[in-house]
Design a protein around this ligand. Sequence first.
Ligand SMILES: *[C@@H]1O[C@H](CO)[C@@H](O)[C@H](O)[C@H]1NC(C)=O
Ligand SMILES: *[C@@H]1O[C@H](CO)[C@@H](O)[C@H](O)[C@H]1NC(C)=O
Ligand SMILES: *[C@@H]1O[C@H](CO)[C@@H](O)[C@H](O)[C@H]1NC(C)=O
Length: 384
Amino acid sequence: MNRSICIFLIIASLLLACLAQNTRAVKYVVTNTVPNTPGGQLFDKEIGVNFTLSIMPTINEFIYKVFEETSLAQRRNVPVLNVYISEFPGYAYKNGDNINISASALDNIYRPRSVSKRLFTSLMYHEMTHVFQWHACLVQNTHATRYVVTNTVPNTPGGQLFDKEIGVHFTLLIMPVINEFIYKVFEETTLAQRRHVPVLNVYISEFPGYAYKNGDNINISASALDKIYRPRSVSKRLFTSLMYHEMTHVFQWHGNFGAPGGLTEGTADYVMVKSRIYDQASYTKPGAGKRWDEGYGVTEKFLEYCDSLLKGFTAQLNKKMQYTYSDKYWVELLGKPVDQLWREYKAKYGNKPQQQSVDIFQGISNLKHYDILTCLFSHICLNR
Ligand SMILES: *[C@@H]1O[C@H](CO)[C@@H](O)[C@H](O)[C@H]1NC(C)=O
Ligand SMILES: *[C@@H]1O[C@H](CO)[C@@H](O)[C@H](O)[C@H]1NC(C)=O
Ligand SMILES: *[C@@H]1O[C@H](CO)[C@@H](O)[C@H](O)[C@H]1NC(C)=O
């Protein structure tokens, strides 16, 4: 063989070997493990394995681009990225280099069906970023809360309404989403900052009233559902709104019960308001109320005012109350006693005459259908 051709071949093969090393391409695998459930069928019909495989490399390149990771050394090495469509409560989560997506969630959330591909692609941008992002301070999921939902009164009208219009499955679906949302609103990024709740029980039972938190349990009155949830079509929305409020009680800090009750009620409303799953039109207006710790909407609007003075105020106040409550916290954060802040807040809104604190669950039925879906969807920030 001609000597120069030989040298050329050697160099060429070295180059090729070098190139091959540099590709380090990700292998994408998509598996629908539940092709016979409604959600699994929706996946096959509206989205499909091939579509998913077609968007994954594009999303992957986009993530590198956004993170400005131009060299291999900067990128997370992911030999195989598995996507499983399976059945579990929740929407989606990353687990190592796998992404699990709940078929039931697709079935519940992707309406009308024509939006399926768009919502799924959006979800994949989010979940694939978890796979490729760096996370030195990754919160281990070891403290994950287990959710249990029990309808103890399946034979009362309210119990039947719960099973028919809301259901255990739907409740289990929204709980992890709401839980993550609460952590996000409270800016609790580390385990040390979060209340450790091993098991969160929700009981549908019969008692006078609407709902209350009791330790790590939430009791909801079936009769109240029956009375309040009209027309029946608003049931899921009202129930979701209620769960934002009640679950916040479970996860918020309250200074070992030293915090004023109105402050904890206002804070629970604050998370619900942030969720946008509530009726803005009938909700308490800024400037309303007699006392800063009146609770619900009055305190919620006051907390928003304090946020406007100091970004993240409510989250910081919540963190300060991990062990104890003191009126000094207001001075520490905002430089003024709470009573003075309240006077200034009232003055800002012209010392309006006392409007009653609006009960959070009145008039909420005006919520549009898409609210709950948009909100739930925009909160996907599930377990990693
Ligand atoms: C998916 O792609 C494979 C390979 O290109 C092809 O053989 C198969 O028919 C496609 N499936 C569908 C449902 O389009
Ligand atoms: C995630 O998917 C894999 C594969 O189907 C399965 O083994 C695992 O149990 C799934 N996790 C959940 C919570 O369903
Ligand atoms: C809350 O639910 C639990 C479980 O059903 C029950 O034991 C408890 O008595 C309930 N509380 C009220 C006030 O109904």
